[in-house]
Design a protein around this ligand. Structure first.
Ligand SMILES: NC(=O)c1ccc[n+]([C@@H]2O[C@H](COP(=O)([O-])OP(=O)(O)OC[C@H]3O[C@@H](n4cnc5c(N)ncnc54)[C@H](OP(=O)(O)O)[C@@H]3O)[C@@H](O)[C@H]2O)c1
Length: 278
């Protein structure tokens, strides 16, 4: 495979986020010029402040699109292609064809924007990340010793963000992926109960998993002070999961990287060693 990105920079939205900050070193290690951006980077990017967009896009030839406000996806992608971006890789979610895409408007708008861009594009449709357990919404409950969710006992093959970053690096820098969607999962589906047991064993402490009804989950999140729209979105994530739309193992990591995805047990051991759940 050949690279066609020798002439310009690769812009990484969400450059400080879970996938972006792993993608940046992967691209640099392969010799590419990379511009990680977010509201807290030197070259500042804020979806809500269009004055920040031109400097982000200046001299760029490829872009990793972490979804932002749905109504801004198309205008931002248009500006990107007008500025010279010729290849787009969008991060999206698993199962998007199986349910109403408007349930998750940000990822749906990102997908629509890259498809309509008129330049090369590909889409990553990822399962829930392993790193949600130590860097995002499930971290605090696990540290507190109790994770309570409405999963219906349906398993999910959680995916490691290191696999997503490695796949995104290939899609951004090599030919042959235009117009393709890649479903990315881990190597094996496991229930949240199994995932929590794996984490508890790796952390060497007791952590309980508690199955909730959707209504109980909603009440718990609202009582914790989460905003209404975040509570609704998390409820939808579990609705889609309980319906089985995220349950099957996918072959995207192997198709792009020619290797198996990273196992959950390796993730749990690594994160526990950093003291994530101590
Ligand atoms: N988490 C999952 O399991 C999962 C699975 C599949 C798909 N997805 C999708 O992936 C996307 C990213 O989710 P994530 O959990 O991985 O988030 P993330 O990338 O870990 O964090 C969000 C990133 O966006 C930046 N950001 C936040 N607000 C911004 C703004 N107004 N303007 C510019 N940058 C902004 C943040 O940096 P600053 O705070 O520095 O701005 C951060 O770098 C979402 O659309 C989600 O639906 C997530």
């Amino acid at each position: 495979m050949t690279t066609n990105n020798d002439s310009g920079d690769i812009v990484v939205l969400g450059g400080t986020g879970k996938t972006g900050r792993r993608l940046v070193p992967a691209l640099r290690a392969a010799g590419h010029r990379v511009r990680p951006v977010s509201r807290s980077t030197g070259t500042r990017f804020d979806w809500a402040d269009e004055d920040t967009w031109p400097a982000v896009l200046d001299g760029a030839t490829a872009l990793y699109l972490v979804p932002g406000p749905p109504e801004l996806a198309e205008p931002f992608v248009r500006q990107a292609t007008e500025a010279g971006v010729r290849r787009l890789v969008a991060l999206s979610g698993r199962g998007m064809d199986a349910y109403d895409p408007d349930l998750f408007p940000a990822v749906a708008a990102a997908e629509r924007a890259v498809r309509g861009s008129g330049v090369e594009w590909s889409i990553i449709r990822a399962n829930n990340f392993n790193q949600n357990f130590d860097e995002d919404y499930w971290h605090a409950p696990l540290r507190a010793g109790r994770l309570a969710l409405p999963t219906g006992g349906v398993p999910e093959p959680f995916v490691d963000v290191r696999d997503i970053a490695d796949v995104a690096a290939v899609l951004l820098t090599t030919e042959g992926h235009h117009g393709r969607e890649y479903d990315l999962s881990g190597p094996r589906a496991l229930t949240f109960e199994e995932a929590v047991a794996t984490i508890a064993a790796a952390a060497g402490r007791e952590i309980r998993f508690v199955e909730l009804t959707p209504a109980e989950y909603r009440s718990e999140l609202l009582a914790e002070g989460l905003p209404e729209d975040a509570v609704t979105e998390l409820g939808l994530v579990f609705e889609v999961m309980r319906a089985g739309h995220l349950a099957e193992v996918a072959d995207g990591v192997r198709r792009v990287l020619g290797r198996d995805p990273l196992p959950f047990t390796d993730y749990a051991t690594r994160a526990a060693a950093t003291g994530a759940w101590s």
